[in-house]
Design a protein around this ligand. Structure first.
Ligand SMILES: [Ca+2]
Ligand SMILES: [Ca+2]
Ligand SMILES: [Ca+2]
Ligand SMILES: [Ca+2]
Length: 318
């Protein structure tokens, strides 16, 4: 096998290598699996989605919009304390459901608009006793020939917003509507994402709490306690083992760990740490950045290195 085939090199930045990284990720991830759970990439079928916040209508309130023809009959609205509209069949429905009060939903809109804008003057809030059957009233009103629509009122929840100090500078979350997704779920530490890259700065203050821990491995005894083929792999693995026979321009950078595979997948380049932060920096901890995965678990897998050439980084052809 030629050197070129064994070593895939030379993107100006390692971002160019993400498709390759994704392709080799699955085999590497399987190699590092443990009884704690298989590492996974963020595929939708593998993510456990929690139940969204249940939408519960506000009790005792129904909103109704009258048809324009109805208001021509009854005039433009009752006084604020009224409990009837002044139209016998409609009022009979309100009395049957013990409607206590009628108010305009938009108090300043007391007449139809003179411009071509939505007519808010025909929308009313009906207040019932809290234990009244508001759904039944809504159904009855929707069958009335005087009503355009009737509906329940639901509370509007604010989106989940993390408190990380740099969150407001992370404009990409807006573009993917992340806050809305976080209302549904914010990740889980049971989901393990293998970051197959240049390693991960695993003791970084905004990553350390989310780094995978191999609970089946006894650290520091030189043995492969969990039998997965990697001794002392307590937080991932470093596959970078560039032989000295390779050309100087694709050797690891001076001072960079890169000639012997080992159990320390630390990052000398920075790219893998950046990717890990996007996926699962510790989020809502008041510092640093937010991530998509909040408290999702990161498994550092080092297959790339900084190198001393001009390409910006190299990835091993595994
Ligand atoms: Ca092991
Ligand atoms: Ca061990
Ligand atoms: Ca290492
Ligand atoms: Ca953070």
């Amino acid at each position: 096998m030629s050197l070129t085939a064994r070593l895939i090199a030379a993107c100006s930045v390692l971002l160019c290598l993400q498709p390759l990284l994704a392709a080799i990720e699955s085999s590497t991830s399987r190699a590092l699996s443990s009884r704690q759970g298989e590492p996974v990439t963020a595929q939708a079928s593998q993510v456990v989605v929690t139940t969204p916040r249940e939408a519960v209508p506000i009790p005792g309130v129904v909103v109704v919009k009258l048809l324009p023809s109805t208001e021509k009959v009854i005039g433009y609205g009752p006084p604020r304390t009224a409990s009837v509209f002044g139209l016998s069949s409609l009022d009979a429905t309100l009395r049957r459901h013990n409607v206590q009060r009628i108010e305009r939903a938009f108090p300043t809109k007391t007449a139809p608009p003179t411009r071509p804008v939505p007519d808010l003057s025909k929308i009313y809030k009906l207040y019932l006793l809290p234990d009244a059957d508001a759904d039944q009233l809504m159904d009855n009103l929707n069958r009335s020939p005087y009503v355009e629509y009737a509906e329940r009122v639901y509370p509007a929840y604010t989106d989940v917003v993390p408190n990380d100090s740099l969150f407001n500078a992370q404009r990409h979350f807006e573009r993917i509507s992340a806050a809305g997704a976080w209302d549904v779920q914010t990740g889980a530490d049971t989901i393990i994402v293998a970051i197959v890259d240049t390693g991960v700065d695993w003791d970084h203050v905004d990553l350390a709490a989310n780094i995978w821990v191999n609970g089946d491995e006894i650290p520091g005894n030189g043995l492969d306690d969990d039998g997965n083929g990697y001794p002392d792999d307590i937080r991932g693995w470093d596959f970078v083992d560039v032989p000295p026979s390779w050309p100087p321009d694709i050797q690891p950078a001076p001072g960079e760990d890169g000639t012997v595979a080992d159990n320390d997948p630390d990052d000398f380049d920075g790219h893998g740490t950046h990717v890990a932060g996007i996926a699962a920096a510790v989020t809502h901890n008041g510092i640093g950045v937010a991530s998509i995965g909040w408290n999702t678990t990161i498994m550092p897998v080092r297959v790339g290195y900084q190198g001393g050439g001009e390409g910006g980084g190299y990835v091993l052809g595994l």
